[in-house]
Design a binder for this molecule. Structure first.
Ligand SMILES: Cc1ncc(COP(=O)(O)O)c(C=O)c1O
Length: 216
């Protein structure tokens, strides 16, 4: 991935990513996870699958698939069944082709871990249906900064018309974004999250063993 489009927010990044997915694939339908938040503009409100965030306006051609939550999801941690739900939406609710899939962090829906290997399964399925896969994640740490990172081939579709963004990639926010990346590297935040996260999950699993649970 060698092309980065800078915008001002996560919502704008999702709007642009969805536009690219639709132009690149030549299809309209987007697949999104139930329980996930992707924004409140007219297109991203369609992607969002939480009724508390959805105003009654046209939502576009969006397929909301079952949330692959390994703890309280309807299929437990059975990744194959969640992946089958995605395939079913493509087979029975679309022309057999889709523009793309958006997923990863669910935002206001919570920090929900996905069933093991879910994204790999789903990316394969969506790729076979000609769709592109979008990972919706944050950037900027409070700076109004968003980015769409993609391949030159996909970005090429934007050359057909003019795309303009007054403040996207402006100097102040770019310096802010760069500083955030430097701090993440310097403080080894990714390794720290992996350490603390695995420790927490390990201890929570141990607690689950010791106490009755309704979840498998
Ligand atoms: C997963 C996710 N996508 C998109 C957004 C929208 O980002 P923004 O508020 O920067 O427009 C958010 C915001 O919290 C989010 O959590």
């Amino acid at each position: 991935m060698q092309v980065v489009y800078f915008v001002n927010s996560g919502i704008e990044a999702n709007e642009l990513a969805m536009l690219m997915a639709r132009l690149y694939s030549g299809n309209l339908g987007m697949i999104a996870l139930r329980n996930a938040y992707h924004g409140g503009t007219s297109n991203t409100i369609g992607l969002t699958a939480l009724n508390t965030w959805k105003y009654p306006i046209p939502q576009g051609e969006i397929h909301h698939v079952v949330n692959p939550d390994p703890y309280s999801g309807i299929f437990g941690s059975n990744t194959a069944l969640y992946a089958k739900d995605v395939q079913d939406h493509i087979d029975f609710g679309s022309s057999g082709k889709v523009a793309g899939f958006i997923g990863a962090i669910q935002g206001v829906g919570g920090a929900v871990e996905l069933a093991p290997g879910y994204l790999k399964h789903v990316y394969d399925i969506v790729g076979k249906a000609d769709g592109v896969c979008i990972a919706d994640e944050g950037i900027g740490n409070d700076f109004p900064l968003g980015a769409v990172v993609t391949t030159p081939e996909i970005a090429g579709v934007m050359a057909l018309k003019i795309q303009f963004n007054t403040f996207g990639g402006n100097l102040v926010y770019s310096v802010g974004g760069l500083t955030v990346l430097r701090v993440i590297d310097k403080q080894k935040r990714q390794a720290h999250c992996a350490d603390v996260g695995s420790h927490l999950i390990g201890r929570l699993r141990a607690l689950r063993e010791r106490h009755d649970s309704n979840y498998s």
